[in-house]
Design a binder for this molecule. Structure first.
Ligand SMILES: Cc1cc2nc3c(=O)[nH]c(=O)nc-3n(C[C@H](O)[C@H](O)[C@H](O)COP(=O)(O)OP(=O)(O)OC[C@H]3O[C@@H](n4cnc5c(N)ncnc54)[C@H](O)[C@@H]3O)c2cc1C
Length: 466
């Protein structure tokens, strides 16, 4: 307690009183993320307005040995931005300036707290975009996207966030300001710290600014929604789409249980005449309408879907996207949910899905289990709801036991226990199924170099001592 008092007293001589708070309500609010399963506890929240503010705050925290949790939009689903041990939360939300687009290099400089969707809107009038896109873009920040190496709905065409970051300004725990890669397209001068920081979940330093790479907005997109007999038919459709449509930019799926939740949540009817056991959303870029229509016809000729519709305008496009993007909110609202975000090589998806479906029906009989995700990237989200009659602790115990079987199956298929949401606190126990002890030791060594006192987002991804 004394240390925090000294920290706040000294902070008051560095930053104006409006830039930090220790109000209990605000501390509780900013200590939590979207995963909402951990008990959050922060001692203070700091809202720096510049890289310099961040530098001074961190140097002070290191001198007084105060742990710090970097925080963006708090839409993370693995507890990476959650403070559980009374740490100081450093929120970038007030550092949200967006610079001018540089048309020649197709780049944009932003502060870390800029909201993802605001960046999209900022570039759109120039026909450009930052192609990292997903349901939480209205609240997530660029710094959070980079720190989690976010994926999303167009990874199949554009790849993950790391492909779209040119330079990073990062402050390490001792207050040093680094400008990694200095916005260079070509720079083979040793280790690439920009890439190392991307996906580091706030454990190595605070990202304060980024230079983003942009790409042209496609001239047109066609969006289709299909109902399908089963997962096998879904994968058949995906193979067909991959080989026939060079402009394939999204291929997403949701099972019938997930779609039913969204429809009930929104009060919408089933968008197709024939229901399926699984549904697919397919987006094609720059495909002429006539080609889209003949493609649709080809899909039914080859028995690759039960039913399907194509969005005719922007309103319909938005509506169809919402069936997929609204799934997490519809399942989570009002319920306790255990979440998994896993991936396997795309070629093994069919076998993997069949095996885990069987495992879940034998280990979790009577539970509501939802499957949806970015199927074109081999990425499945699995959400398990707590049955109403079950105690919270019993639910987590049962879910953890079933996780063990899931992780063993992932290990067999060479999969990952966290495809795009990161490890944070919630997946820490599982990292050993995807990374070797030698790899985790290397990560510990890197962390030690950046943060010798273990104060930067401590306990996230791995514990510093074995
Ligand atoms: C409905 C919904 C849908 C989602 N869909 C997707 C999806 O399709 N794909 C996907 O990848 N994710 C998805 N997510 C997860 C989440 O939105 C992403 O992980 C996002 O990138 C997190 O950004 P944020 O600003 O909210 O970060 P936060 O949640 O605030 O933080 C996430 C991590 O980054 C660190 N961090 C934040 N800012 C900084 C910074 N400036 N410097 C250093 N470290 C920092 C934090 O310490 C934490 O470890 C979804 C979440 C929701 C709620």
């Amino acid at each position: 307690m004394e240390k925090i008092d000294s920290f706040l007293t000294e902070l008051a001589s560095i930053l104006p009183a409006t830039h930090f708070t220790c109000d209990a309500g605000e501390c509780e609010y900013y200590a939590q993320d979207w995963s909402r399963t951990l008990t959050a506890r922060a001692s203070a929240v700091v809202f720096p307005r510049s890289t310099d503010d961040v530098s001074k705050t961190l140097a002070l925290a290191q001198r007084l040995r105060i742990p710090v949790v970097p925080s963006g939009g708090r839409t993370g689903l693995s507890g990476g931005a959650v403070a559980t041990r009374g740490e100081v939360v450093l929120s970038t939300l007030k550092m949200n300036r967006i610079g001018a687009v540089h048309p020649g290099s197709m780049t944009l400089q932003v502060e870390a707290g800029a909201i993802t969707e605001a960046v999209h809107e900022h570039c759109s009038s120039l026909g450009l975009t930052w192609p990292v896109d997903f349901a939480s873009k209205g609240s997530s920040t660029i710094g959070g996207n980079i720190a989690t190496n976010a994926g999303g709905i167009r990874v199949i065409r554009y790849g993950n966030t790391r492909n779209w970051v040119l330079g990073l300004t990062v402050v390490s725990m001792d207050g040093t300001i680094h400008r990694f890669n200095r916005d260079l397209e070509k720079n083979n001068t040793g280790y690439d710290f920009r890439q190392l920081l991307t996906g580091s979940e706030g454990t190595l330093g605070v990202i304060t600014e980024a230079t983003l790479k942009l790409c042209p907005i496609p001239k047109s997109t066609s969006l289709f929604f299909f109902s399908l007999r089963d997962f096998k038919q879904l994968l058949g459709l995906f193979d067909y789409a991959r080989s026939c449509f060079p402009g394939l930019s999204a291929f997403e799926c949701l099972d019938h249980a997930s779609l039913s939740e969204v429809l009930t949540f929104r009060g919408d009817p089933l968008p197709v005449n024939s229901p399926g056991n699984v549904y697919a959303l397919m987006e094609l870029e720059n495909t002429a309408d006539s080609h889209s229509e003949s493609a649709l016809a080809g899909i039914f000729e080859h028995d690759l879907a039960l039913d399907g519709i194509m969005a005719r305008n922007d309103v319909e496009r938005k509506k169809l996207w919402h069936y997929r993007e609204g799934v997490a909110e519809a399942i989570l609202t009002g319920y306790l949910v255990h979440q998994e975000d896993v991936s396997v090589p795309v070629r093994t998806l069919g076998e993997f899905y069949a095996e885990i479906q069987e495992r879940y029906s034998s280990t979790l009989p009577g539970f509501q289990v939802f499957f949806f995700g970015h199927i074109g990237d081999g990425n499945l989200h699995i959400f398990i709801r707590k049955p109403g009659s079950m105690e919270r602790d019993d639910f987590y115990k049962t879910a953890k036991e079933s996780d063990f079987l899931l992780f063993k199956t992932l290990e067999k298929y060479g999969g990952s226990v966290s495809a795009e949401h990161g490890i944070g606190l919630l997946k820490k126990h599982a990292i050993g199924f995807s990374r070797t002890p030698a790899e985790i030791d290397l990560m510990r060594g890197i962390k030690l170099g950046f943060d010798p006192h273990g104060l930067m987002n401590p306990g996230k991804i791995f514990d510093q001592t074995r």
